[in-house]
Design a protein around this ligand. Sequence first.
Ligand SMILES: Nc1ncnc2c1ncn2[C@@H]1O[C@H](COP(=O)(O)OP(=O)(O)OP(=O)(O)O)[C@@H](O)[C@H]1O
Ligand SMILES: [Mg+2]
Length: 230
Amino acid sequence: MIRIDNIYKSYGNKENAFKVLKGISFSVENGDFVVLLGASGSGKSTLLNVISGLERPDSGSVFYDDIDISELSDEKVTRFRKENIGFIFQQYYLLPNLSVDKNVKMGADLVNNKDYRRVLEAVGLGEKCNKYPHELSGGEQQRVSVARALAKKPRVLFLDEPTGALDEETGRLVLDYICKLQKELHFTIVMVTHNANIADMAKTVIRMNSGHIVETYHNETQKNAYEIGW
Ligand SMILES: Nc1ncnc2c1ncn2[C@@H]1O[C@H](COP(=O)(O)OP(=O)(O)OP(=O)(O)O)[C@@H](O)[C@H]1O
Ligand SMILES: [Mg+2]
């Protein structure tokens, strides 16, 4: 379980601090599918970065079971991230000079996973493993980044607007792969989006506004990627 306890985060200096997260607390159960919803500028990406250990909060704690990662040294946070966390951004950040296979292998090598070709197959790109990123469509590139993140078998997969750069058809396809992989591999998902339709796929929806949580609810039934509006 992840427990986020009273997180505050500002940017800028003391006199001129811009408060982005203003006392955020919630918990994420193992295997949950959480969508963080909110308007542009509400602090979603900042919160995701803090929960996943990319950035440190000014105060408050981020517990993974009984480890508070906000108390760990930089070196230990890096190791914790490497062993436990996958992260997918709106931009795919693939390495342009490496083939699809090598890009995914990079993720797998972090934890010495020899079995990474299975994830490549699982996102439907087995046939394209010798291609280079520029030879792929946006949706295919995002599926490579999904495979790269999952090749290291993370406990938690964080996604920041993973379909933000994709058209509807490709966006649905990518979300569908992510959901199917979660059912098979049982990782926890925390996904940021400003598309309220995508929240219908989640188990748990957390809505943010101006650095606060304004609503949390659970969907009784989760829609799949082809049942939601767009
Ligand atoms: N590194 C930074 N330095 C200064 N201000 C920042 C920094 N990162 C974010 N901010 C500010 O914090 C606020 C929240 O940003 P954040 O990126 O978390 O919002 P968001 O909800 O993800 O928005 P979007 O939907 O547009 O991605 C914004 O006003 C932004 O300008
Ligand atoms: Mg953002």
